[in-house]
Design a protein around this ligand. Sequence first.
Ligand code: HEM
Length: 122
Amino acid sequence: MIASVMMCVSAVLLLIGMLAGVVMGMQQDFTLAPAHAHLNLVGGVLLFMFGLYYRLVPAAGRLAMATVQGSLHIAGAVLFPVGIALVTLKGHSYVVAPIVGSLIVVVATALFVTIVFRTSRS
Ligand code: HEM
């Protein structure tokens, strides 16, 4: 279940990130390039790959920890790039958003490491 949610959300985030890239190119304004890059990589690529692991190794996908990991990663994958965009456009007073977003992603990834170590042989 969490695998499907992760792959569906990541596909949508990737599309949004790509469209943002197209808009940047059309406007020749690359101010938001770091937000675009992190949305595509953390939200598009990583989220899909983690979801794919849970589909590939069902024992991992069934763990409660996988649901926590996937939910945290989705929250961080949105908050992190949005936070980068806020700091870029509105200034340093919004810095808490990318800090919290990035830390959520790091915690989620630490959970993923634990899950992989526990299940990669199954
Ligand atoms: C339709 C698809 C895409 C378009 C039109 C697009 C467009 C762009 C543009 C215009 C830039 C800014 C270039 C510059 O600063 O000179 C950029 C930067 C970047 N893009 Fe994309 N992009 C697309 C997809 C992706 C994907 C799928 C990824 C990663 C999975 C990605 C990762 C990056 C990275 C890492 C940067 C550099 C960011 C930086 O310099 O801060 N892009 N892209």
